[in-house]
Design a protein around this ligand. Structure first.
Ligand code: IMP
Ligand code: MG
Length: 331
């Protein structure tokens, strides 16, 4: 392992954070640059699992010297397979082959002596899923809600975890509260995609807010909108003189939002601003769409969860994820 990793440039790949946190290996041109060369298939499998659970990782980011010769040259070192920055933990994957285990165990004992502050866990065997739960790393995923388990089978990986979404929504709520101090904005949302977002956002806002809803149909396919919109349920109240915030789940081509902003603006509100959880700006057709509040930028992939659906399903997932191809193909 040590020799292998010396000839392999240690490259890190992380997910999480605000902007484009996940390199989409299938869709993004730079994927080979961000995906490290794994020494073992098991490591790749483990990385995929970490991605799936939205756990950020780095692959062999550090080498710990263990033995030196008289001249001070490092003659033995140890490179843990993974580092998980959020929990400050190194992970070494190990097969149960006894000859290797003994040597590795000796190295690990030495590492613990020399670097007592370094947290290292050894994962024996290949049941990584259970190991992640055992070490409490995948918590948050193991939701008590039964539907999560059922629907999660169709998810290839998580793009934004429940915790990431909640953090970002809280920030947006604080920002809106600051910007509208002394006012009482009206959150206008379109059913049904923004359902969860507006529910959480409104509770993250510390000034008085009212809410109203519209329902529209867009004459598009199941995965893309055509921009032709028909209102099937209008707002309950007049918005004349109100400060309106249009709360959207995702802005893709921008055709829907652009239509709605025009429609709302024609009703003489004091102002209309857009707040969207997701912005798929690479797909934008409408160029002059000012977005005042944006949760996350997303790459050109179809996503579901936290209100977003595919054929009306997956809205109730607590995270936002990418569907497996087989789920998209299913009729
Ligand atoms: P636009 O008019 O192209 O901006 O489309 C916006 C609407 O398309 C959203 O409100 C969603 O209903 C739908 N949409 C676009 N991208 C996605 C996606 O990745 N997942 C789920 N729905 C999406
Ligand atoms: Mg939809």
């Amino acid at each position: 392992m040590a020799i292998l990793s010396q000839i392999r440039a240690p490259r890190a790949r992380c997910i999480g954070g605000d902007a484009l946190p996940v390199a989409d290996t299938k869709h993004r041109a730079n994927a080979p640059l961000t995906r490290p060369q794994f020494a073992h298939e098991s490591e790749e499998e483990f990385a995929r699992l970490l991605d799936f659970y939205g756990i950020r990782w780095e692959y062999e980011p550090r080498s710990f010297p263990l033995e030196w010769d008289e001249t001070g040259r490092v003659i033995e070192s140890f490179n843990p397979d993974f580092y998980l920055p959020d929990v400050d933990l190194y992970i070494e994957l190990t097969t149960l082959k006894q000859s290797l285990v003994t040597r590795k165990n000796r190295k690990i004992r030495r590492l613990r002596e020399l670097y007592p502050d370094v947290r290292l866990e050894i994962f024996y065997g290949r049941d990584y899923r259970n190991l992640l739960f055992k070490y409490g790393l995948a918590k948050g995923w193991d939701s008590p809600a039964p539907y999560v388990k059922t629907l999660a089978h169709d998810i290839e990986r998580i793009l934004f975890t429940e915790a990431q979404i909640q953090d970002r929504v809280r920030e947006l709520g604080e920002q809106i509260s600051r910007d509208y101090t002394g006012k009482s904005p009206l959150l206008v949302s379109v059913l049904k995609g923004a359902l969860y977002f507006i529910a959480d956002l409104s509770r993250a806002i510390s000034i008085p807010v009212a809410m109203d809803f519209m329902a529209i149909t867009s004459y598009g396919g199941e995965k893309a909108s055509s921009g032709a919109v028909r209102i099937i349920k209008d707002l309950d109240e007049k918005i004349t003189g109100r400060n309106v915030i249009l709360v959207e789940d995702i802005i893709d081509t921008g055709l829907t939002a652009s239509y709605l902003v025009k429609n709302l603006s024609a009703r003489d509100p004091a102002s209309v601003r857009i707040c969207t959880l997701l912005d798929k700006s690479v797909r934008r057709i409408v160029q002059d769409l000012p977005i005042d509040y944006r949760g996350f930028e997303v790459p050109d992939i179809f996503v579901v969860g936290y209100g977003l659906d595919y054929r009306q399903l997956y809205r109730n997932l607590p995270f936002i994820g990418v569907l497996k191809e087989e789920a998209l193909q299913r009729t």
